[in-house]
Ligand binder design. Structure first.
Ligand code: M6R
Length: 614
């Protein structure tokens, strides 16, 4: 889960690579490095820290080299340090390599290389790989491309790599298995990156390398793709990018997270646009229509996901079971893969992932496929690994989400899953025409209502100021808002580092109530739907123990207002759609808390946006 960037062309490579790395920092940001090459001269810079720290190492503005490779790292093997930062050099100093992924059998390969006299200067698996390629190259007198292909044949694991051979100054070799790799193709220039964001302002033409493929890029020559399995030439498809620069910039907001919170009204609309045909009372989703029978004949739906996407899956469980009447199980992808689950051909597996690259979710998908289940993906990133690994799917169309804390991905995932539930319920006849119509009419009002919920920004800021010294928080909700409580707690934990737990409100009396005293802020989703009266009782129980109550309520609520220390009002809506609104103030609250505490909101410590390791 690192970011890699490469450039070969006519522009100063340092600027292209450093700016590109900055855009990929969401993938990892504990160390960074850059190699520049021209006229037989190599310059190598590596540092623990961020790309901003790397920029301090030299006056890159004046550099003119037109070949460069760079890396931003999320440590897997070896602590974040200068020596573990990429690019890694081979023992001869001739090969340089950047790598995103994990070489699982690196230790065995390392021992083999040590027995041949190789020495290592880092703790990384990547340094093993670059020396393995060198060993193959030197033992057989192979060209670089062939050496890469043969060496990768000995590797178990995942990788997206770029290799530079200083003896072949006008050539870069890239290869991929498991980790993403995009090649931007310009006029007399090539870009390499973990996603297209580093080169979107230079070219709109991209090749997404497939697994088991490598490409040889030569200056001013056509690209050559080969299969890593048999070395045969492979065809490629030049994809036209629709990504704009402004989509990946902050657009006047202080942080990507805040921008993305505010984008939710639009994002939800983009998610249902063209799918929800209100006037005709129809929902059209190609991926569902083409496989309707699979869904309707399913004995069970299993949802696999991680983190926030798992929370969206929990919301979907309530909605799917209620509307479609098919049993739903929601699984942490990481547990599912390793607990020998019972999966049959009559199961439909829905995999949810913003990035479409999460290794645990991908592993769960592969397991489900091996057992013959039909797998449907709900992803945001178009062309991502998971979107390609699934049998069918639906994109969320949320646009790029760059803040590590997921926000608009959550609400758009819920939107897609709700559309799916409605379509399936209609096809199954498990929903009345009136209910169907009322839900889609309300869904069409959601963007407007999200805008209203966002007006609570100032209230959430005041609450964050008041509780900035809290060391623990509880989040409570019931029914479809229980997963919202989990999501609220996760948001607070990951960006402000305050310990927080989410619980179903009624579960509190079975243990967590022991934690409540006058220092404990308890955030309760208490809208006037579902088990409102029961939630009011739960609030009474907290109040009796002097807990501080911050309640998310429906506009105009008086009962909870009389009990709570603070209320945050959201517009009235249907219970099944309420997570689209109740989650907004919880996102804002965490955001403000993190800003007040001076935390790095977009790049919280120890985290990365795409978790491509199991
Ligand atoms: O890209 P994915 O949706 O598969 O990512 C899953 C989790 O890693 C992700 O939701 C993570 O929990 C977020 N940082 C939460 O804000």
């Amino acid at each position: 889960m690192c970011g890699i960037v490469g450039y070969m062309g006519f522009r100063p490579a340092a600027a292209v690579v450093l700016n590109g790395l900055q855009r990929l920092e969401y993938r990892g940001y504990d160390s960074a490095g850059l190699a520049l090459f021209e006229d037989g001269k190599l310059e190598l810079y590596k540092t623990q820290g961020k790309v901003a720290d790397l920029r301090q190492l030299s006056s890159f503005d004046t550099t003119t080299q037109t070949i460069g490779i760079g890396h931003t790292r999320w440590a897997t093997h070896g602590v974040p340090s200068d020596s573990n930062a990429h690019p890694h050099k081979s023992n001869s100093g001739e090969l340089l390599l950047i790598h995103n992924g994990i070489i699982e059998n690196y230790d065995a390969l390392k021992q083999l290389l040590i027995s041949k006299g190789y020495v290592f200067h880092s703790d990384t698996d990547t340094e093993v790989l670059v020396n393995l390629i060198e060993d193959v190259q030197k033992s057989h007198n192979y060209k670089l491309g062939k050496a890469v292909q043969v060496a990768l044949g000995q590797v178990i694991g995942a990788y997206a790599i770029t290799v530079l051979d200083i003896k072949k100054p006008n050539e870069l070799v890239v290869a991929k298995l498991g980790s993403p790799l995009a090649i931007g193709v310009g006029e007399n220039e090539y870009f390499i990156a973990s996603d297209a964001s580093p080169f979107v302002e230079f070219t709109k033409q991209a090749i997404y390398l497939k697994d088991h493929q490598m490409a040889i890029l030569r200056r001013e020559k056509p690209i050559v793709l080969r299969s890593l399995k048999d070395d045969n030439k492979a065809d490629y498809y030049l994809q036209e990018l629709s990504l704009d620069l402004e989509q990946i910039e902050k657009g006047g907001y202080d942080h990507f997270m805040l921008k993305e919170i505010y984008e939710q009204a639009h994002a939800i609309k983009d998610t249902y646009r063209g799918r929800l045909l209100g006037e005709e009372s129809l929902i059209k989703m190609a991926g569902i229509e083409e496989h309707l029978e699979k869904f309707l004949n399913a004995k069970r739906i299993i949802i696999v996901a991680c983190g926030t996407s798992w929370h969206a899956g929990l919301v979907a469980e309530y909605i799917l079971e209620d509307l479609v009447r098919i049993p739903v199980e929601v699984e942490y992808a990481s547990e599912f893969k390793y607990r020998n689950p019972i999966i049959t051909e009559r199961d439909v597996v829905i995999a949810i992932s913003q990035s479409g690259e999460t290794a645990d979710t991908l592993a769960a998908i592969n397991l489900a496929k091996e057992h013959g289940a039909f797998v449907f993906g709900v992803c945001n990133v178009v062309g991502s690994t998971i979107s390609r690994a699934t049998h069918a799917g639906a994109y969320t169309h949320a646009g790029p989400e760059i803040g590590v804390a997921s926000t608009k991905a959550f609400t758009t995932q819920i939107t897609v899953l709700t559309l799916m539930a409605l379509r399936l319920a209609q096809a199954k006849g498990s929903i009345s025409k009136e209910e169907f119509k009322s839900i889609i009419a309300e869904l069409e009002l959601m963007p407007q209502k999200v805008e209203v919920a966002l007006l609570q920004n100032k209230t959430t800021l005041e609450i964050a100021k008041r509780y900035q010294t809290a060391t623990n928080c509880l989040y409570l909700g019931r029914g479809v808002n229980f997963p919202v409580a989990l999501e609220g707690a996760l948001k607070l934990k990951e960006i402000s580092y305050i310990h927080a737990e989410g619980y179903p409100a009624a579960e509190m009396k079975h243990g967590p109530i022991a934690l409540i005293d006058e220092n404990m802020p308890v955030i309760v989703v208490a809208i006037n739907k579902g088990h409102y009266d029961k939630v009011v009782s739960n609030i009474q129980e907290i109040k009796s123990r002097k807990g501080k109550i911050i309640a998310v309520v429906t506009e105009g609520d008086q009962t909870v207002k009389a009990l709570a220390d603070h209320v945050i009002e959201i517009p009235e809506t249907l219970e099944c759609l309420s997570p689209l609104l109740t989650t907004i103030p919880l996102q804002l609250l965490s955001y403000h808390m993190a800003v007040i505490l001076n935390k790095n909101v977009d790049q919280p410590r120890n985290l990365a946006k795409s978790v491509t390791v199991e």
